[in-house]
Design a protein around this ligand. Structure first.
Ligand SMILES: [Zn+2]
Length: 247
């Protein structure tokens, strides 16, 4: 459920080229992208469940039960998956920062030389690299080492609870679209109405995610809507098949 499909390389590069230089904004953009992906998951998986169950001939109450169970299970699975993955990443980053902090305390001279060496490798002259390292050590040695050696901002570690809660909310918001559509639509039209609602919702999330990543809008919209349509077609056919076979 928590497969975070990454955008294509060119889109990613383009996104990076336009990436804001304020790390806080970049972090919020990433959170927004994760929310859109979570909502997509909720839309597609819940649509599959309710359409499949409806195709098997279930009544409204049974469709509601199945859809609600799918929504709950999916939201919990997203939250737990996100919590575990962000916690692990955070533990790793904390351990690396602790190690760096110890090294800075026990061998500051070697660490200063190491930092100067890294800046020299990046293209600065030996004297300038030395000067930069000295000034950074005087300012905030840990932050400087964390950035250059580990690519970590010590003040911007992701909060696993926040990440878990965000993906749970995003999944639930997405899941409510097919669930409400199939429950509110008139008896004879519920599948058609649900498919239409899902396609519209997916075109919208495709557009938003393409806009956030500054990627071609139409291609992203067709890709995400096409994937959703395929998922609904498969679960519809399986529901039809097993509904008649088992009942
Ligand atoms: Zn270091």
């Amino acid at each position: 459920m928590a497969d975070d499909s990454t955008p294509s390389d060119s889109a990613e590069q383009r996104a990076r080229a336009h990436e804001p230089h304020d790390p806080g904004v970049a972090g919020r953009l990433n959170a927004l992208r994760a929310a859109v992906l979570g909502a997509n998951d909720g839309i597609v998986s819940t649509a599959g469940i309710v359409i499949g169950v409806a195709a098997a001939g279930a009544a409204r109450g049974e469709i509601f039960t199945a859809g609600l169970a799918g929504l709950t299970a999916g939201a919990m699975s997203m939250a737990v998956g996100e919590y575990v993955s962000v916690s692990t990443q955070r533990d790793t980053e904390k351990a690396l920062l602790d190690k760096e902090r110890t090294e800075l305390a026990t061998m500051p001279v070697e660490e200063m030389a190491e930092l100067a060496g890294l800046y020299e490798k990046k293209g600065l002259s030996r004297e300038l690299a030395r000067e930069v390292a000295e000034q950074l050590h005087a300012h905030d040695a840990l932050a400087a080492h964390a950035e250059v050696e580990l690519n970590i901002d010590p003040d911007e570690l992701t909060n696993p609870w926040q990440a878990a809660f965000a993906s749970m909310v995003a999944f639930t918001a997405g899941a409510l679209i097919p669930l409400l559509a199939i429950l509110l639509a008139p008896e004879g039209t519920r599948t058609v109405v649900t498919v239409a609602a899902v396609i519209i919702a997916l075109l919208l999330t495709g557009w938003v995610s393409a806009k956030l990543g500054d990627a071609p809008r139409l291609r992203a919209m067709l890709r995400v809507a096409g994937g959703g349509a395929l998922a609904m077609a498969v679960t519809y056919l399986i529901g039809l098949l097993f509904g008649t076979a088992v009942a």
